[in-house]
Design a protein around this ligand. Structure first.
Ligand SMILES: Cc1cc2nc3c(=O)[nH]c(=O)nc-3n(C[C@H](O)[C@H](O)[C@H](O)COP(=O)(O)OP(=O)(O)OC[C@H]3O[C@@H](n4cnc5c(N)ncnc54)[C@H](O)[C@@H]3O)c2cc1C
Ligand code: SF4
Length: 299
């Protein structure tokens, strides 16, 4: 499948993809629309461009506009698509530059990132043989929004969570003949206070660490639902279950969030020597988005 081609064409030049047949999604009308569907859910077609998504979301789901404006450049956002963003390959420097690592050369090859430079685009949580992370910023935000991804094939369709969409860093768990048809946002998305923060080397660059926080406050401002999701930390978007549970039913303070996340990371994190800094960054960013979410509710 090809959306905008901004990654697939690069992958072809880097020797990572050699498709014999390429099927474009931009002319598939059902993949080009955003509409309300069953039970008030919002369906975002796979071939909607990032620029179209940002325009649509500005007054409806502002966190989506916030994230899109941090991605690449205005020109790329005009052509890059929602599904292409989710499906883009990992940014590991070795992988993109023709090193015969485990992911390129197979099981007999090493992961060069373990001994090599792993400071920026590698995991600090839960990596196995490959240390890369999923680069999609939309995946981080869709996960925090509790979105579902609809996959379709000639034999039917199914929905998966954002985490279950991936079987590895930037690797989609699609069955034979299956494609992403749409992203589905919950009906309550209009009540969500959403904040996104991203650490990047330069404007438009990929996330080193990112966090999305989506909160649904009740009438008294207590958090009836809350989900933090981090990008750049693990092979797939990572949501800290204990922190999410710990902030429910109250207006948590930033110190409390810091303590909860620190404890959770003590158990979950396995950083490489050069990327331990990501854990400190994640804790600081979690505190920052927490206070921004509290302030947004108070405005
Ligand atoms: C300079 C630069 C900076 C960038 N910075 C960021 C950033 O900060 N954050 C970020 O998130 N992204 C970033 N990107 C990625 C960019 O935003 C695009 O989303 C991404 O390149 C792919 O979008 P595309 O539609 O062109 O996908 P394509 O290149 O068309 O496809 C990418 C992959 O997705 C698959 N695919 C496409 N559509 C479907 C479908 N319907 N079903 C199943 N598989 C499908 C393709 O087969 C391919 O494997 C950057 C890209 C560049 C070039
Ligand atoms: S992190 Fe993954 S892609 Fe990068 S060198 Fe290691 S095995 Fe290869």
């Amino acid at each position: 499948m090809i959306g905008g081609g901004t990654d697939l064409m690069a992958q072809r030049d880097q020797g990572l993809a050699a498709p014999l047949v390429v099927i474009g999604t931009s002319a598939v009308a059902s993949m080009r629309r955003i509409r309300t569907v069953d039970r008030g859910r919002i369906e975002i077609g796979a071939a909607v461009t990032l620029a179209e998504l940002a325009d649509w979301a500005r007054t409806r789901v502002p966190i989506l506009t916030s994230v899109v404006t941090t991605i690449a450049s205005a020109q790329i956002r005009q052509v890059a698509t929602v599904a292409g963003n989710l499906g883009q390959e990992k940014r590991c420097w070795f992988f993109r530059n023709d090193f015969d690592c485990y992911k390129r050369g197979g099981v007999t090859c090493p992961c060069y990132a373990i001994e090599g430079d792993h400071r920026l685009h590698h995991a600090a949580i839960g990596a196995h043989r490959c240390q890369a992370v999923t680069p999609s910023d939309l995946a981080t935000v869709f996960d925090a929004l509790d979105a579902r991804i609809r996959l379709v094939s000639a034999t039917g369709s199914r929905e998966v969570t954002v985490t279950d969409l991936y079987v590895g860093p930037g690797e989609l768990g699609l069955r034979a003949g299956e494609v992403i048809e749409a992203v589905l946002l919950p009906a309550e998305v209009g009540e969500v206070v959403g904040v996104f923060d991203k650490l990047q080397q330069t404007e438009g660059d990929f996330a080193l660490v990112s966090v999305a926080l989506c909160v649904r406050p009740d009438a008294e401002g207590r958090w009836a639902s809350a989900r933090y999701t981090f990008g750049g930390l693990a092979a797939r978007p990572w949501s800290p279950a204990k922190l999410n549970a710990g902030v429910l039913g109250r207006r948590p303070g930033t110190a409390e969030v810091t303590t909860l996340l620190d404890h959770e990371l003590e158990w979950e994190a396995h950083p490489l020597p050069g990327n331990r800094w990501k854990l400190d960054a994640a804790v600081g960013m979690a505190a920052r988005v927490t206070s921004q979410a509290l302030e947004a509710r108070d405005e």
